[in-house]
Design a protein around this ligand. Sequence first.
Ligand code: NI
Length: 156
Amino acid sequence: MAILKIRVDDDPILRKESRPVEEINKRIEVLAKDMIDTLHKADGVGLAAVQVGVLRRMIVVETEPGKPIVMINPEILESSGEQDGPEGCLSVPGKRGCVKRPNYVKVKALGLDGKTHEYEGTELFARCVFHETDHLNGILYTDKAWKMIDPDEDEQ
Ligand code: NI
């Protein structure tokens, strides 16, 4: 278990496309655990492997606290509807922006058990899945934001 360094801002790795995970081995298991620890430490809801410097198609989504979902080689099966709201990213610290996303997603992915699982959800879960799978293709939410939010205006 370890807290990994999160790549931020204009780190070029964030713009690269991640490759599929070919084998779920000990290394991938350790990476998944470390990603979950890192996500908890950073108090986030999602993290892609590329954000900790590993160009593999793997994300962790934890929109339900205490129930992290590790998705390996995730593939969007269905999306529908629309939502518009604020979004942030652990790799773009101190910023938030408004992004339109589909309101519903169905996604399939391998789990650490090596089996294919399907997940579906709306709102934050859907937003998070789209945001994290974008990371696997080198896309940041700032590319899609129709407005960035002034941090002074939005302090909680
Ligand atoms: Ni992000």
